[in-house]
Unconditional design. Structure first.
Length: 502
């Protein structure tokens, strides 16, 4: 049961639009169409009743007119007159006494038979008693007549709501409508004034045309409602779209994101106002943090410089470990400040990624490192990427440093491969080494500041646990991210993506 429910849910969401406007229009349009169809189906029963009433009145009028004509001619001529009154399946037989008619086969046909009998008696009353007919027309007599006529409808085939819809579709598409079978078969017995009875039998192959199901009107009403819904919901969703774009840009370029213009419905305006307040507080917080870091950097550099001056007075053997510790402290301080600042002041500019990757390959090979591009032909098709050039270069340099440092096996130099995956919305650079990889439970932890894998990735080998944290920060500033995966045949695959039109 749960599997069936899940399958139905997936099938439903496959057809539901994914955007807010699409879902609102779909929901309201589906509801409006359902109301139209349900109300039309209920109205179809009313249409059938009025059609049946008119049909019964027409049949009753034909039979009573025939009875009045028979009463106007001598008895020997009535049989010949009945032969002449045959018309479209209507047949009459003279009987000396009241006949027995079979009961209707169903409740619906019984109600229709009672309606036909009532109309026959009403027509006879209006013809034979004009005064009573006048009183009935003036409203002084409200009850229906209880006359002697009998009536039974044996067969009655009226179109259902679905058949009416099908007929309307056929007519709209100009398709021929098939007509088969008897639409109505009935019997009625009416007495003449001299006590003779006339038995009428009527077989009607096709009932008169029922008013067609208003499929065209429903379609036009639905199209009009969809158009109005799209216009209304676009007016509501447009400010939300601007808010989403501004929030996305805020995460990539906080200084360059201006406050949003407050517009739209009241609730949307309040949301935009809250977003502008949040943006202002974040910007103030970042500015305060950067100024604090600048002050801390200045205050740390001063004692560090004094320490360097004092160390210079020592001999070479004693000075070397102090200088090593101070250099490490300087590097740690610089990378920490760079990581904490987060947003770069570098401006966005078109970046030739093909040239950047080729220069990284050449620089690494000049340093004696085995770094190569897997498919240089791909670089010819890469479109320029709008990014911060120095930030992207630093991001890729850090990944290459890690791959070269930790991507070897059994003490052999690392073999590092670079590849690209260029998509319309983002560019992904893939860097692979052939080392031991990273355990799955550690792949997210290595992005934490100062987190190092033991025993190889420690401070003694040059790492301070900030390289991957800086890589992820720079990638996310460009609307991308960094993913680490272990290759099936060994080694680590680092995928760093940069969003286009950042």
């Amino acid at each position: 049961m749960n599997r069936l429910t899940a399958a139905l849910r997936r099938f439903f969401w496959f057809f539901v639009p994914k955007s807010l406007i699409g879902q609102l229009v779909f929901t309201f349009s589906f509801g409006f169409l359902s109301i139209l169809l349900i109300s039309t189906f209920f109205a179809d029963h009313t249409r059938q009743y009025f059609f049946l009433r008119n049909f019964a009145a027409d049949c009753a009028r034909r039979m009573t007119d025939s009875v009045l004509l028979l009463e106007m001619v001598p008895e020997p001529s009535r049989a010949e007159l009945l032969q002449r009154l045959r018309y479209r399946g209507l047949r009459g037989i003279l009987l000396p006494a009241k006949p027995e008619l079979p009961p209707p086969p169903s409740e619906f046909k019984a109600n229709a038979s009672e309606l036909l009998r009532t109309y026959i008696n009403l027509q006879l009353e209006e013809s034979r008693n004009p005064a009573l007919s006048q009183l009935r027309r003036s409203g002084e007599v409200e009850t229906m007549p209880e006359g002697p006529a009998l009536a039974t409808i044996h067969a009655l085939r009226m179109p259902t709501a679905l058949e009416s819809m099908k007929t309307s579709i056929y007519r709209t598409l100009d398709i021929k409508i098939p007509r088969t079978g008897i639409a109505c078969s009935l019997s009625a017995a009416i007495p003449l004034e001299d006590g003779t009875w006339v038995l009428f039998e009527d077989d009607i192959p096709h009932l008169p045309s029922v008013p067609s199901f208003p499929i065209s009107g429903i379609f036009l009403a639905e199209v009009f409602f969809v158009g109005i819904s799209v216009l209304a919901f676009r007016l509501i969703a447009y400010p939300l779209r601007r808010l989403a774009d501004a929030a996305d840009k805020l995460g990539r370029d906080l200084p360059g994101t201006p406050p949003l213009v407050e517009g739209g419905p009241r609730e949307v305006r309040e949301t935009i106002r809250a977003f502008n307040r949040m943006q202002r507080r974040i910007r103030d917080f970042i500015a305060d943090r950067e100024s604090t870091l600048a002050a801390v950097s200045h205050d740390l550099r001063t004692p560090l410089t004094r320490m360097r001056l004092r160390v210079e007075s020592l001999d070479e053997e004693a000075r070397r470990p102090f200088q090593k510790d101070m250099d490490e402290l300087q590097r740690l301080m610089d990378t920490t400040i760079e990581l904490a600042r987060g947003s770069s002041s570098e401006e966005l500019a078109p970046l030739d990624m093909a040239a950047l990757l080729e220069s990284l390959e050449e620089d690494r090979q000049d340093m004696g490192q085995n770094v190569r591009i897997v498919d240089p032909a791909k670089l010819e098709k890469i479109a320029p990427l709008r990014a911060r050039p120095m930030s992207v270069k630093r991001c890729l340099d850090n990944l290459l440093d890690n791959a070269v440092r930790y991507g070897g096996q059994d003490g052999s130099p690392a073999v590092v491969e670079m590849d690209v995956d260029d998509q319309p919305d983002r560019l992904t650079v893939i860097i692979r080494d052939h080392g031991s990889g990273i355990p799955e439970d550690q792949r997210e932890k290595v992005f934490r500041p100062f987190y190092r894998l033991e025993p190889s990735r420690n401070r003694n080998t040059g790492g301070n646990g900030l390289g991957l944290a800086i890589v992820r920060t720079m990638a996310r500033q460009h609307g991308g991210d960094v993913v680490l995966e272990n290759a099936p045949d060994g080694g680590l695959v680092a995928k760093v993506s940069f969003r286009r039109n950042a």
